[in-house]
Design a protein around this ligand. Structure first.
Ligand code: SF4
Ligand code: SF4
Length: 473
């Protein structure tokens, strides 16, 4: 089991006496100025980041059979995902999908640590974009540090104003793209341009703009360290065979400055030249040489920069690298292990059940409600009548015609339309009366079966309800 060391954070208040020490639960934040760098993992992260961005900003523009391909239509309680429409009754499937995604995250974490955080988490991706904007507008690490120490001037104001304007622009674009999954984006953008927005759209656009600007621009690593629950529980999923980013202490220590030409081993030094570059690129501001820390989001920036240093020094790369605790201790990493196999098996079973649930889903829904005001009505000619409300949902992407039939007892008559026409994804409320001669009632209460059949006979659905009559017939 991996151990993540706890750090004692000294209080900024003096202790009352020498024996009593107090500690702040919230460490005073120090602004992190990250240094620009290049490397293979940065390129990989940019690739995954671009895929995420193209997916996020582009998917809402896709059309499918004349409608937005992915649209969460909350007012009509319908979720359209390409050719499939999910109704509230299908939310079980959506919950199932969320559980599968959670288990996939567990599986990946046990296997390869915080890959999600480092490469695909939106908080990380947007933070890297915001840091890139910062670098373009204010310069690299040293220039930004210098700028922040300077008193306000026209030049400083111009740089800061440009940075914040670009941050807000990105935040607004993110908010529009996000709200566009709930309100058709092709109508949302003209509505924004003409300031013709509903109150909810206005609120969510404002909220997501502010949330993106605040999280990626200001809070950054604080979200990962203090707000994200995943950062807290990921440590219990780590074991000695989990892939982690680690500093090779045995090779690196004792660290120390030296000349490039020096024979450092003869000088009694390790491979770490103590340049602090790994600290200066770290977006959460930690020193990987202190060991595995829960703040580490696994972005591999320290690997890239350290490999670059090793190359320049003519040393072997990999002083900081992806490895496992087992390998660092000289053991053999076990890829297949009970916990990983367990998650894998559960994932496969759940995925199979989900596919089965989707493929066996009937694209028609029939709900029947009996009139609750009165059990039955006695009408003329010695007849008894029951009232029903039918809710019929056509879950296909095409208009459909249905024939409604009712069975349950001889002489049962249907009063109301039996030929129904529904548009694609339409939900129809249909009132119906069933009538029967009192003398023909088989019992005071008996089952009646409502059957809906498509006009081409390809699909049929039956639901059962009760017909109630007088007990003294
Ligand atoms: S980047 Fe590499 S060499 Fe430089 S301080 Fe970090 S571990 Fe040592
Ligand atoms: S320690 Fe390295 S991998 Fe972890 S967050 Fe910092 S730079 Fe990224």
């Amino acid at each position: 089991m991996s151990r993540i060391p706890l750090k004692e954070v000294p209080s900024n208040k003096p202790a009352k006496d020498a024996a009593v020490q107090t500690y702040d639960l919230y460490q005073k934040r120090e602004h992190i100025y990250t240094k620009a760098f290049t490397g293979i993992f940065r390129n990989l992260r940019m690739l995954t980041g671009w895929l995420l961005l193209v997916g996020f900003f582009g998917t809402s523009w896709l059309q499918w059979e004349g409608r937005q391909a992915v649209l969460f239509d909350l007012p009509n309680r319908q979720f359209h995902i390409f050719g499939t429409t999910f109704f509230p009754q299908d939310f079980m499937l959506l919950s199932w999908l969320l559980i599968i995604l959670a288990f996939t995250l567990f599986f990946v974490t046990v296997f390869a640590g915080r890959l999600w955080c480092g490469y695909t988490c939106p908080q990380s991706v947007w933070t890297w974009i915001y840091m890139w904007v910062e670098k373009v507008t204010e310069g690299d690490r040293n220039q930004r540090m210098k700028l922040d120490k300077q008193p306000m001037s026209a030049g400083k104001f111009r740089k800061k104003a440009l940075k914040h304007s670009l941050w807000l622009l990105i935040a607004a674009a993110t908010a529009v793209a996000f709200v566009g999954y709930f309100s058709p984006i092709r109508e949302l953008i003209p509505a924004i341009a003409s300031l013709d927005l509903g109150p909810w759209e206005m609120w969510w656009l404002f909220f997501f703009t502010l949330a993106t600007y605040g999280n990626a621009g200001w809070l950054r690593e604080q979200v990962c360290i203090y707000m994200c629950p995943y950062a807290r529980f990921q440590s219990v999923m780590f074991d000695k065979d989990t892939l982690i980013i680690s500093y090779d202490t045995a090779r690196g220590e004792p660290r120390g400055k030296r000349k490039k030409s020096a024979d450092y081993q003869a000088e009694g030094l390790g491979a770490c030249i103590d340049c602090d570059s790994c600290v200066h690129v770290c977006p959460v501001g930690i020193d990987i040489r202190d060991g595995l820390q829960y703040e580490c989001i696994g972005c591999a920036a320290c690997i890239d920069v350290c490999d670059d240093i090793m190359e320049r020094m003519g040393y072997e790369k990999g002083l900081i690298r992806y490895t496992t605790e087992e390998a660092l201790e000289g053991g053999k990493t076990h890829i297949l292990r009970p916990r990983l196999i367990g998650y894998g098996v559960v994932l496969l079973i759940m995925f199979g059940a989900f596919i089965w649930g989707i493929s066996s889903r009937v694209p028609l829904q029939l709900d029947i409600l009996r009139d609750r005001q009165q059990l039955y009505v006695e009408v003329q000619d010695n007849k008894v009548e029951n009232l029903y409300t039918l809710r019929i949902a056509n879950k296909t992407q095409h208009p459909q015609s249905y024939e409604l039939s009712v069975s349950g007892a001889p002489g049962l008559a249907v009063i109301g339309g039996q030929h129904l026409q529904l548009q694609a994804n339409e939900v129809l409320t249909h009132n119906l009366r069933l009538q029967m001669d009192k003398t023909q009632l088989p019992a005071a209460s008996f089952d009646v079966h409502f059957t809906l059949t498509t006009s081409d006979g390809s699909l049929s659905l039956t639901e059962t309800n009760r017909f109630i009559g007088p007990s003294n017939r």
